[in-house]
Design a protein around this ligand. Sequence first.
Ligand SMILES: CC(C)(COP(=O)(O)OP(=O)(O)OC[C@H]1O[C@@H](n2cnc3c(N)ncnc32)[C@H](O)[C@@H]1OP(=O)(O)O)[C@@H](O)C(=O)NCCC(=O)NCCS
Length: 194
Amino acid sequence: MKVGYARTLSPADRRAAAELYWLAFGSKLARVVGPTPKALAFIERVLDPAHVLVARDADGAVLGVAGFRTADGAFVGGELADLCAVYGRAGGLWRAACLRLLARDAAEEGIVVDGLSVRAGMRGQGIGTALLEALCVEAQARGYRAIRLDVVEENLRARALYERLGFTVRARRGGRFTRWLFDFGGFWVMVRRL
Ligand SMILES: CC(C)(COP(=O)(O)OP(=O)(O)OC[C@H]1O[C@@H](n2cnc3c(N)ncnc32)[C@H](O)[C@@H]1OP(=O)(O)O)[C@@H](O)C(=O)NCCC(=O)NCCS
C-alpha cells in the first residue's frame, strides 16, 4: 500500500487523529481523562496541527500520527479552560492537577515525541518507523540536536523499536503516583542524538 507522510492535519482529520491518540494512550489516561466520549472531545478540541506528522493512505485516510512537543507547543496540550469546558469547573480543576504530574518540558536541546500511534490493522508495516524518521528530519530542520520520547516500561515492543532506531535510555521516571493515576509504573526516557 502506498503511504504518504505530511505535516498537514485538516479539520476533517481531527477526529481520526484524536481517536488514534486515544487508541494508543486511552488505557493509561482513562482514569483521569475518561470516559472515552469526553476524552475524545477534549483531545479533538486541543490538538494542534502544527505539532504532528501524519501518515495517510492513497485515499487520504489517516493511518498514523507522530505528535511532538517543542518549546512552542504540543500536539495534545490544552489549558485549564479547555478541561473546564469539557469536564466542568470541578472536573477540570482536579484533572489539571493530575495531568500536571505528566507534564514534560521539551528537552532543552531537543524535540519530544508526544503521541506516536499507528492504526491497529496497519502496525508492523514500517509506518511507525517512517513517522519517527520523518520527525528526526523535521527536528534537524528546526535546528534541534536531539529527539526524546518516553515509553512505559510495559511496552517492550515499542522500546525495542526505538532501540533499533538509535534511541538510548537516559533515565527511568514514574512510580507510585503514575501507577495509581495512570495505570503504568515507570517509564523510560529515551533520547536519540541527531
Ligand atoms: C509502536 C507503534 C507506533 C509502531 O508503529 P509500527 O508501524 O507498528 O512500527 P514499524 O512497523 O515501523 O516497526 C515494527 C515494530 O514496532 C513495534 N510494534 C509493533 N506492533 C506494536 C504494538 N502493537 N505495540 C507496540 N509496539 C509495536 C515492534 O518493535 C515491531 O517490531 P517487531 O515486529 O520486530 O516486534 C505502533 O505499533 C503502535 O501504534 N502501537 C500502539 C501504541 C504505542 O505503543 N505507541 C507508542 C507509545 S511510546
